[in-house]
Design a protein around this ligand. Structure first.
Ligand SMILES: [Fe+2]
Length: 211
């Protein structure tokens, strides 16, 4: 089911986090930072789905994981990620925050948001380490719902940028839209524009929802 983002009890506290994220992710022209260049430079320190059996230009920066230390790699990209981490930490119901870049003309195939799959992928890709040089641990041992905030999309018409769930249909979204859902329901998405789109995903404890 689609959830009402306002049913999340800490919804009103998200604004400063989203604002700071935009300051970090968008350059002075209001355009997203070049995540492909960063990913190439940091060689695996930005999670990148380039070794799966489908073609998808998908990059992500882990901004926060509740059960772990700060992702120091994020600080290599921009020192303000430390501020963002500390801002998110003020809200105990947030288990994980990821900033996700999906390139133009990309389809994200059907999947469920499954932490065990993510853990396996991290191990295989040696992608994310904490300052003790150990692989960052499982971010969430409590069931979560997902809250997605559009950070940047190019102008488009129709449903060129969209999220679709097996059980509850599709929803097109743009920058500044906030949508909420249960990521354990199978879903997929697409970006049919020719430009990158940036979204911020919050994994939030189910116990923090008024439903
Ligand atoms: Fe997903």
């Amino acid at each position: 089911m689609w959830l009402d983002p306002k049913d999340y009890k800490d919804y009103d506290k998200l604004n400063p986090i989203i604002k700071l994220t935009k300051e970090i992710i968008l350059d002075s022209n209001g355009y997203p930072i070049d995540i492909d260049a960063i990913s190439d430079k940091l060689k695996g320190f930005v999670a990148r789905y380039n070794e799966v059996d489908y073609e998808v230009n998908w990059n992500a920066i882990t901004a926060y994981q509740r059960l772990d230390t700060f992702n120091f790699v994020a600080e290599l990209i921009d020192p303000r990620f430390r501020d963002l981490y500390n801002e998110i930490k003020k809200i105990p119901s947030i288990a994980q925050v990821i900033i996700n870049f999906v390139g133009g003309n990309t389809i994200t195939p059907w999947h469920i948001d499954d932490d065990s799959v993510l853990e396996e992928w991290k191990k295989n890709n040696s992608g994310l380490y904490n300052e003790n040089n150990s692989v960052i641990g499982c971010e969430s041992i409590t069931p979560t719902y997902q809250l997605m905030c559009g950070i940047w999309t190019t102008e488009f018409s129709g449903d060129d940028i969209c999220l679709e769930f097996k059980d509850y249909g599709k929803k097109s979204w743009r920058a500044n839209d906030i949508i909420a859902f249960d990521g354990t329901n199978e879903h997929m998405g697409w970006n049919k524009t020719s430009d990158v789109r940036v979204a911020m995903y919050f994994d939030v404890d189910r116990s923090a929802w008024k439903i």
